[in-house]
Design a protein around this ligand. Structure first.
Ligand code: CAA
Length: 415
């Protein structure tokens, strides 16, 4: 596949999520919901909670700052900066231009924000990869930042599927982490499964319908990927789960990835006519080997919308890059509304060294547990801005909002 094309892909990933975390056992007890429903029914255990001094800009800036430090990239090397979010801070001034300023990126950089629910980050990554392949990048790199705060009304059934966080991807030629295959499969259809009117802070969702829309989009994207392959590729007619070393899915809650994998298997079995003798047993075995190990961070952080798929990728890279070096993995991105994309890439030999610096496990270990009262206070507080209590030096936060303008500062940096 694409033997003649320039190798383009993800050079490094930076991840960030809030320091505050709520145990869903505590929330289940407060809402009189059985814990098993949350653990087994949804696959969730904890969710990251944003504080008043955090928003899509601060989460994105902190993820990007980690990335730039880890990858040792000079901000002047970046010629394209895209921010994908469905929790933007202004209807006109994009999150990306705040990031441009906070990260000290060159004036000669194309900067814009992308919105398509949780799919925006993948849309940005594909645009960036094509920009590099086309030659327009002139050797420069692209920074694609997916950053979101997932909020639903208190006491709604979706309340257990919130979260907050960001993933920054550095895209380049000759990437050090994941080389993207040049083909992908897409699916789009206008549906009202999940939306957030302009005057609302919390999202609205038709929960069960959204699950159906996700699965329909997955089938559609896989069919399009197969059509795009057209026989000329290293991906053969054999079912994906027989030739891909891992499958990562957009993970609003981990059980969704399980449902997605069952749909993928069913689609591939039907297409290939290779139905196993015991489909249920084969499905469990395949899920346990290809999907389940990479959901751990999502179980503990919650839904981070645009960044959700890339948190799974960061976790796989951090935990097991060495095992996957030279192997192809599959990724599925879904954004309500809806648009979806199925794509593949190969973990680059030597990527373990790059992946070891991502630091998701360290972020998870450094969190502070909230009580349900504290969480509800954060959730209902409409004040924006404040001073974080003694975080790491260099942490970016929203200091204040004055005359509808947002002012960001860094801890340990005066002025
Ligand atoms: N023990 C074990 N399991 C239990 C249980 C118990 N005591 N009680 C219930 N369950 C199981 C149910 O059987 C069900 O499992 P299945 O789905 O396998 O049937 C599961 O727990 C969920 O229970 P409900 O069906 O009662 O669903 P709910 O009312 O709690 O809502 C939800 C679940 C629809 C996901 C809701 O949390 C929601 O609306 N979340 C937000 C929307 C969302 O994430 N949609 C995903 C697709 S859209 C997308 O991906 C974009 C995005 O990021 C938003």
């Amino acid at each position: 596949m694409g033997e003649d094309a320039v190798s383009v892909g993800i050079d490094q990933i930076g991840v960030y999520f809030p320091r505050h975390v709520l145990s869903l056992d505590r929330l289940a007890a407060a809402r009189h919901v059985p814990e098993e429903k949350i653990h087994q029914g949804l696959g969730c255990y904890k969710m990251a909670i944003s504080a008043p001094w955090e928003d899509a800009v601060t989460l994105g800036a902190n993820a990007s700052a980690r990335l730039l430090a880890q990858a040792q990239v000079d901000p002047d090397e970046i010629g394209l900066l895209l921010a994908a979010t469905e929790t933007a801070v202004d209807h006109a001034k994009p999150v990306s231009i705040f990031l441009h300023d906070l990260l000290g990126i060159s004036r000669n950089c194309r900067v814009f924000e992308i919105k398509h629910a949780c799919y925006g980050g993948t849309a940005g990554m594909m645009v960036a990869a094509d920009w590099i392949r086309s030659g327009a990048a002139r050797g420069r790199k692209a920074l694609v930042v997916s950053t979101d705060i997932a909020r639903y009304p208190l006491r709604s059934s979706a309340e257990f599927t919130q979260g907050a966080g960001a993933a920054a991807l550095l895209l380049s030629a000759q990437p050090r982490l994941l080389a993207l295959d040049p083909i992908s499969g897409v699916f789009a259809k206008s549906v009202y499964d999940f939306w957030r009117p302009l005057d609302k802070r919390e999202a609205l969702v038709d929960g069960k319908f959204s699950v159906d829309c996700y699965l329909e989009a997955l089938s559609g994207a896989i069919a399009d990927y197969r059509a795009a392959l057209n026989g000329a590729s290293q991906i053969s007619a054999a079912p994906f789960h027989k030739q891909l070393a891992a499958l990562l899915y957009h993970t609003p809650f981990p059980k969704m990835a399980y449902k997605a994998h069952l749909r993928l298997l069913d689609t591939e079995w039907r297409r290939s006519g290779m139905l196993p003798t015991d489909p249920a047993e084969e499905a469990e075995r395949s899920y346990a080997a290809l999907v389940e190990p990479w959901l751990e961070a999502a179980r503990l952080v919650g839904n981070i919308y645009t960044a959700s798929l890339y948190l799974c990728l960061a976790w796989l890279a951090e935990r097991a890059a060495e095992r996957f070096e030279g192997k192809r993995i599959g990724l599925f991105s879904y954004g309500s509304g809806c648009c979806a994309e199925f794509f593949t890439g190969t973990m680059v030999p030597g990527s373990a060294g790059v992946a070891a610096r991502i630091g998701v496990a360290d972020l998870l270990a450094a969190r502070q547990e909230l009580t349900v009262d504290e969480y509800e206070q954060f959730a209902s507080d409409r004040a924006e801005g404040g001073t974080p209590p003694a975080p790491d030096g260099g942490f970016c936060y929203l200091a204040a909002v004055r005359e509808d303008k947002r002012f960001y500062e860094r801890t340990g940096v005066s002025g």
